[in-house]
Design a binder for this molecule. Structure first.
Ligand code: PEP
Length: 264
């Protein structure tokens, strides 16, 4: 559900976003095999769904070629630098990512905030860079288990999103992924819908009409995808482990298609 910017109440969402990042997994051959299978199953698109795949940067160009640079399945990068070029050893810029086919730039994942010194400041610079070059930033936000336990989820994510997007030109083209740190990855646990509802309610009220969509991510699987898509304010899902086998991703796309067809 999207909330109208004029405060006039909920409107039907345009489409359900269902995306995956492979993180630091898969060779080029494995990524291309995944993309080929995906193309053979959903090459013409999935009604009511906007799929996207974020492979490792080493495979981005080939995966984009398989899925089509303008095709219904978008591709992206897991990180990009805020400068266009320069002496930044080991980094990839937004223009380089775009040159390899990226339409989406993932920014501020909690693993990058924790292990690679990503801050609210660099996240904002990266969001600005992505928007400046016409790409879609996928801004990840989410609270720790401690913040969750004391009921601070909503305030925490509102602060993170405001730090990245408030006053930024083109912010309405950004996506936000709410990814509670306690829910993602191997050590995460799948949330109950009511546990993610407060943050999504806060994000929908503040940003629902000001960004392109607010996704949920963290221990999503084909078993819980439908109920998580049913949480008010959830415009889609961002998925790790459960989508790394293409069958898992196809199952999630099917869940999105069914829900979109039901007009949810
Ligand atoms: C993530 O880390 O962004 C994520 C969504 O992971 P998973 O689905 O594996 O919890």
């Amino acid at each position: 559900m999207r909330v109208r910017a004029d405060g006039g109440g909920p409107v039907t969402r345009a489409a359900i976003w269902i995306g995956t990042s492979f993180k630091m997994n898969k060779t080029r051959a494995q990524s291309v095999a995944y993309a080929r299978r995906l193309r053979s199953e959903v090459g013409g698109g999935v009604p009511g769904v906007r799929p996207f795949v974020i492979p490792p940067a080493t495979a981005l160009a080939e995966v984009t070629e398989v899925l089509g640079a303008e095709g219904p399945v978008m591709t992206g990068v897991q990180n990009a630098h805020w400068e266009d070029a320069g002496a930044w050893t080991g980094e990839i810029s937004v223009p380089q990512a775009a040159d390899a086919g990226a339409r989406i730039v993932e920014i501020g994942h909690s693993e990058r905030r924790e292990h690679f010194g990503e801050t609210d400041h660099t996240v904002r610079l990266k969001a600005e860079a992505a928007l400046r070059h016409g790409l879609t930033p996928l801004l990840c936000c989410g609270e720790s288990a401690e913040v969750f336990a004391r009921g601070g989820s909503g305030d925490h994510v509102l602060r993170q999103v405001a730090a990245a997007l408030e006053g930024v030109d083109g912010a309405e083209r950004a996506l936000v992924a709410y990814e509670p740190v306690w829910a993602i990855g191997e050590r995460g646990r799948a949330p109950r819908p009511e546990e993610i509802a407060p943050a999504h309610e806060a994000l929908a009220a503040e940003w629902g009409g000001r960004v392109a969509g607010v996704l949920y991510g963290g221990s999503v699987s084909p078993d819980n995808a439908d109920e998580l898509l049913g949480v008010p304010g959830v415009d889609g899902l961002f998925v790790g482990r459960a989508a790394w086998e293409v069958e898992g991703y196809l199952a999630l796309l099917e869940t999105g298609r069914r829900r979109a067809g039901a007009g949810a």
